[in-house]
Design a protein around this ligand. Structure first.
Ligand SMILES: NC(=O)c1ccc[n+]([C@@H]2O[C@H](COP(=O)([O-])OP(=O)(O)OC[C@H]3O[C@@H](n4cnc5c(N)ncnc54)[C@H](O)[C@@H]3O)[C@@H](O)[C@H]2O)c1
Length: 332
């Protein structure tokens, strides 16, 4: 049986609670789960996510949406009885947001995380996959970054993700929970928010290219990141939901492509990709000051997830960009 069949076989009769399922990664994961026949309950406060991201999935009979807050167990305690596993994608992303509004980020990412982790334990939902972030590497200069590398974290956001990982580990040790942390590296793709000051780089660039406007690059644009197409992140989550490898639990894994590109290269790729699809870019480009809390370069090793979970990226950066651009142009 190949990996795709195995994933489908193990998940098709399961019920998964996807928190943050109206957000970018969560809605892509929800769609993938529904396609393979799993039942999905999305729990989302709609704080940053969009109802439209999941309304498009409402034709699946085994899909349910519950508006609620991971910080408030009354919103979801009753659901946990029917759930086989939780994928916790709810969170407040963005390093700049966490610098400006640290208490909001702390409340959702740390208190909310511990609240739902503890509720899962009480309800005997053992499998708990959750979103962490490459920001936990902080100022580590290691390249590529392996999960054992440590640095001093650079933002309140990174502190919250580090705490998630510690709680994930402790709940595995103390209670035998099957926790698995996903250290996402700069995920991009369909349904990623391009609006607002806290939007990520790629959707923001693309928005300016399509609708006109100034792309302001922080710094000289030569900072590099391991940009990861969302379908790789979804694949990593599915493998984490199905694994029977006892050694995989209580651990964290880099979710990445294993290749880094500078922002300047990404901008060129997006522009050229649009042109190949017959759309001229309308943006202008300027360079501004470096951004606080940012690291210069970020490249992941994906060896650990390959060893424990049989993960290999399913999309290269270029394949991801191509699919993403086609999606965005179709929706225009
Ligand atoms: N996108 C990336 O590149 C990236 C990188 C590293 C880590 N992450 C982490 O992955 C997770 C998903 O990120 P995303 O890019 O899909 O973000 P997103 O903002 O698109 O999705 C997050 C979702 O969580 C929901 N949410 C927020 N607070 C909530 C609460 N208290 N209760 C229930 N739902 C709540 C939001 O409404 C939203 O739908 C986040 O935890 C984020 O920190 C993302």
């Amino acid at each position: 049986m190949d990996q795709v069949q195995l994933i489908s076989e193990r998940l098709k009769n399961k019920t998964i609670l996807v928190t943050g399922g109206a957000g970018f990664i969560g809605s892509n994961l929800t769609e993938a789960l529904l396609k393979i026949g799993a039942s999905v309950i999305v729990l989302d406060s709609l704080e940053t996510g969009l109802q439209a991201n999941v309304d498009r999935l409402s034709h699946y009979p085994n899909y349910r949406f519950v508006e609620g807050d991971i910080c408030n167990p009354d919103d979801y305690r009753h659901l946990l009885k029917e759930v086989d596993a939780i994928s916790n994608q709810a969170g407040l992303g963005s390093v700049p947001r966490s610098i400006e509004l640290p208490l909001n980020t702390h409340r959702v990412n740390t208190t909310g995380f511990l609240t739902i982790l503890h509720e899962a334990k009480e309800a005997n939902v053992k499998r708990f996959v959750y979103a962490s972030s490459s920001s936990v590497y902080g100022d580590s200069q290691a390249s590529p970054k392996h999960e054992g590398d440590v640095g001093k974290v650079l933002s309140p956001y990174a502190v919250t993700k580090l705490m998630n990982e510690e709680y994930g580990h402790v709940y595995h040790q103390l209670h035998g929970m099957e926790t698995i942390g996903m250290r996402y590296f700069n995920v991009f793709g369909p349904f990623q928010d391009s609006e607002g000051v806290y939007a990520a780089a790629i959707p923001t660039f693309l928005d300016k290219m399509l609708h006109g406007g100034e792309i302001v690059v922080n710094g000289d644009g030569e900072q590099s990141r391991d940009f990861t197409y969302v379908k790789n992140a979804v694949h990593a989550n599915l493998l984490s939901l199905i694994t029977e490898n006892e050694e995989a639990f209580g651990q964290v894994y880099n979710v990445a492509c294993g290749r880094s590109l500078t922002l300047n290269t990404v901008i060129k790729n997006l522009k050229d990709g649009l042109e190949e699809l017959g759309t001229a870019s309308k943006h202008t480009l300027t360079y501004g000051p470096d951004r606080k809390g940012d690291i210069r370069d970020s490249l992941a090793s994906t060896a650990k997830m390959e060893q424990y979970l049989n993960y290999k990226p399913v999309y290269t950066f270029e394949e991801g960009v191509h699919e993403y651009l086609r999606h965005v142009l179709q929706c225009k």
